[in-house]
Design a protein around this ligand. Structure first.
Ligand code: ZN
Length: 244
């Protein structure tokens, strides 16, 4: 099976379409949350994933978009965008998002937005959170999102930190025929934060047992124009250009 693994699409349809075109024919889409929030086309992005029958876990932005989570802990621009998103979504879309699980297991893979300790909120961005996550991960492999930075965590029980974390770059293929337990982050489709403004996603090939990270150019200005028209916060518009 060839599976497109996406995360943090953030209502950026131009980025999502570019990624799906780049992926070509796939057997499935797995998405580790935050399909909505920040960007201008939440309903369109939800529809695209529903059409594809994506395997999908909720992120904090799905929860905020329905009102299931308050925006009190969000920064100002994220809160403004979440409240705007809440107004755009239909009752049917909110019901659908509220029904998304926070954790799902598919074969050797566990999917969660943040960490298994705190599924929709905690950033897996250092050894402490990685080890907390790994202690709860019952499968060999995990997929997470939330940080918007593509990364690989390798469990190393004999090392001082207990694991190794490193960033992933365009075209890098990770060999999954390993005895080590791994956590993979495909980066963000719709709002990358690693200094590379191109959309980020990965292809999981379960026959070849590889995960390959890809970066894809898309028409950033098209998304920015729609954000401007919607009156979304200026910082959210600007950051797409710098990938931060
Ligand atoms: Zn996000």
């Amino acid at each position: 099976m060839r599976i497109a693994v996406t995360s943090d699409i953030h209502a950026n349809l131009a980025a999502l379409e570019a990624v799906l075109a780049h992926a070509g024919a796939v057997d499935a889409i797995w998405n580790t949350g935050d399909c909505v929030g920040y960007g201008p086309q939440p309903s369109e992005c939800i529809a695209r994933l529903r059409e594809a029958n994506a395997l999908w876990v909720a992120g904090n932005h799905e929860r905020a978009a329905t009102g299931a989570m308050s925006v009190d802990e969000f920064n100002q621009s994220a809160a403004d965008a979440a409240l705007w998103t809440r107004e755009q979504l239909s009752e049917d879309e909110k019901t659908f998002l509220d029904a998304l699980p926070e954790v799902t297991v598919e074969g050797d893979f566990t999917l969660v937005h943040g960490t298994l300790r705190w599924p929709v909120w905690e950033y897996l961005d250092g050894p402490d959170t990685a080890l907390a996550h790994l202690s709860l991960q019952r499968t060999r492999f995990g997929f997470v999102g939330h940080t918007h930075v593509p990364a690989l965590v390798t469990e190393r029980p004999d090392s001082t930190e207990g694991c190794q974390i490193r960033r992933l770059h365009d075209g890098e293929a990770i060999d999954l025929s390993t005895d080590e337990r791994l956590v993979l982050n495909p980066g963000s489709v719709g709002q990358p934060r690693d200094g590379d403004k191109r959309a980020s996603y990965g292809i999981l090939d379960t026959d070849a047992r590889t995960f390959t990270l890809h970066r894809v150019e898309y028409e950033i200005a098209a998304t920015q124009r729609l954000m401007d028209k919607a009156g979304l916060p200026v910082w959210l518009i600007e950051r797409l250009d710098i990938g931060r």
